[in-house]
Write a protein that binds this ligand. Structure first.
Ligand SMILES: *[C@@H]1O[C@H](CO)[C@@H](O)[C@H](O)[C@H]1NC(C)=O
Ligand SMILES: *[C@@H]1O[C@H](CO)[C@@H](O)[C@H](O)[C@H]1NC(C)=O
Ligand SMILES: *[C@@H]1O[C@H](CO)[C@@H](O)[C@H](O)[C@H]1NC(C)=O
Length: 501
């Protein structure tokens, strides 16, 4: 499927080659959203190629292109970073402790398969009791059965005793005495981690000091029921080696002192408070104490790397109308191409048509009628409700904006369908296809975006994005002659370039 002739037919590649030959890759002098309504033959290649039989179930594939000339270079799945020095903290220094249960393991292990890297990631799944022939699967973490907790009292009226054994995963992992460990990362069996981003974040902190890194809940009431300073366990949290060592010494006594707490994360929090170590809050851990469609959060992610997603069984699939596990797998395709840039928002405008375009790289693109200020676009739309079924802004621990009922203000949403690395152009190319039916019952005198059926986004991988102070990328709408297509370039903002008109 990567024969040279087919490569040349690839529309994503084709477009970019043409542009680079004609030197039209730089920002056009006037930002014209150029759409010619003339059908051109290569338009149809896109549909044929991207939905041909080699992509069953619309599973995206990363096409590996051979360079025609000289050396046959294959694209690395992970874009190498240049300063992988021996001493820098990386994934190999991280030990995961996944809190799981024998009753849900059969199903939830499918989420773990989406992010676990056999022979690369270290750690264990901790179960309450053994499950049948579980150690056979080499694509999953090895299984451990938690130590007996019957000597501990559990006095919480709502929760379950599992909280005790799950909170002890940190100590039990520490006691295994594994070599060269710098961080212990806890998560649930329905948590998906974005490993490269997580390793990058942890590499900024000294594991020889005491660090407890995580994030509270999206739900204000959940943070009141527990603590704003608690790392919620499903979103995941990291404990430095030095702190895990200190925790291990006191944890069992601490558990005896706190029998009436609810969950495992609250028990960790209680012990951290005894040790006097506050939570280092790092955005990007997503507990997702919400129901419904999380797209509002992913379309306006904080300017921070995405680290985890939790509650994948409770929220709607990450991509609509898709199997939940397959949807997560789809997200892993752009993640492998440019993990640092995954889900990062950039905002730009089509001046001639008065549209606002918001790219959430590797996930979705939105087009809004009208020019909406960046300060509005950077606030998540409430496409979801809170854990307590609240749908107003006061239920959340962050700013949200309502989803408008006015058809003119409804965005056109395009979800990722495919992503690949284009060697000739040295850029990622990702494609987004319109999701919902057109909402054209709008009487505004603004061009109707429904003519745009697909969006192509080009972006250079930027593994050092988070080595710099946080800043959004900029996007630019490029001229194209492809019918029904918008072409967008995403990258570091140039001198003086802003998201504004
Ligand atoms: C992991 O490594 C072992 C031995 O080093 C090898 O036998 C096994 O096939 C590897 N598994 C995967 C999934 O790469
Ligand atoms: C596990 O055991 C069951 C029956 O006990 C069997 O049907 C299944 O194929 C086994 N799974 C693996 C991965 O060996
Ligand atoms: C591709 O771009 C990277 C920087 O983004 C650069 O370091 C590398 O040399 C480029 N490779 C080629 C073949 O142009």
């Amino acid at each position: 499927m990567s024969s040279p002739s087919k490569d040349q037919e690839n529309p994503l590649r084709d477009h970019m080659v043409k542009n680079s030959h004609t030197n039209s890759w730089s920002l056009p002098k006037t930002m014209i959203c150029f759409i010619v309504l003339v059908s051109l033959p290569y338009v149809f290649y896109s549909l044929i190629l991207l939905y041909s039989s080699d992509t069953p179930n619309h599973e995206p594939v990363i096409r590996i292109h051979r360079q025609h000339s000289r050396n046959k270079v294959l694209v690395p799945t992970h874009v190498p970073s240049s300063d992988d020095t021996e001493d820098k903290t990386s994934l190999k220094h991280v030990v995961f402790g996944i809190g799981a249960s024998s009753s849900t393991w059969e199903h939830r292990r499918n989420y773990i398969r989406t992010w676990w890297r056999p022979n690369v990631t270290r750690g264990h799944v901790w179960l309450d009791k053994p499950v049948k022939n579980s150690s056979i699967d080499h694509l999953l973490p090895p299984i451990k059965v938690s130590g007996d907790t019957s000597k501990f009292q559990y006095k919480n009226p709502i929760g379950t005793r599992d909280a005790i054994r799950i909170s002890r995963i940190v100590s039990e992992s520490f006691r295994l005495g594994l070599k060269d460990v710098r961080w212990f990362v806890m998560g649930d069996d329905d948590t998906v981690f974005f490993l490269d981003n997580l390793a990058r974040v942890l590499s900024k902190y000294d594991h020889n000091e005491y660090y407890y890194i995580g994030y509270p809940s999206e739900s204000h009431l959940q943070n009141l029921a527990f603590y704003y300073g608690m790392g919620f366990g499903g979103g995941g949290f990291a404990i430095s080696y030095a702190l895990a060592k200190a925790l291990e010494k006191i944890q069992d006594e601490c558990l005896h002192r706190n029998p009436s707490l609810y969950g495992s994360d609250e028990r960790i929090f209680a012990c951290m408070m005894e040790l006097g170590v506050p939570l280092t809050k790092h955005p990007g851990f997503h507990q997702l104490d919400i129901y419904g469609d999380l797209s509002g959060i992913l379309m306006a992610h904080p300017v921070a790397p995405i680290l985890s997603l939790h509650h994948l069984d409770l929220i709607e699939p990450v991509f609509p109308k898709m199997d939940r596990v397959k949807a997560v797998k789809r997200l892993m395709v752009p993640m492998k191409l440019d993990s640092a840039g995954l889900i990062q928002q950039s905002i730009c405008y089509c001046k001639t048509r008065s549209w606002t375009v918001s790219v959430s790289w590797g996930y979705a693109v939105q087009i809004y009628r009208g020019i909406i200020a960046a300060k509005e676009m950077s606030v998540p739309a409430r496409t979801f409700i809170d854990w307590n079924f609240g749908d107003e802004d006061v239920y959340f621990s962050f700013n949200t904006r309502p989803v408008s009922t006015n058809p003119c203000q409804k965005p056109f949403v395009y979800y990722l369908s495919n992503a690949l690395f284009n060697l000739n152009l040295n850029r990622t190319a990702s494609e987004y296809i319109r999701h919902q039916e057109s909402n054209s019952d709008c009487d505004w005198k603004i061009a109707d975006p429904s003519r745009i059926k697909r969006i192509e986004v080009y972006k250079k991988p930027d593994p050092h994005l988070w080595d710099k102070p946080p800043r959004r990328n900029c996007c630019r709408i490029l001229p194209t002659k492809k019918k029904g297509t918008m072409v967008v370039d995403v990258g570091v903002c140039r001198e003086g370039e802003i998201a504004g008109l």
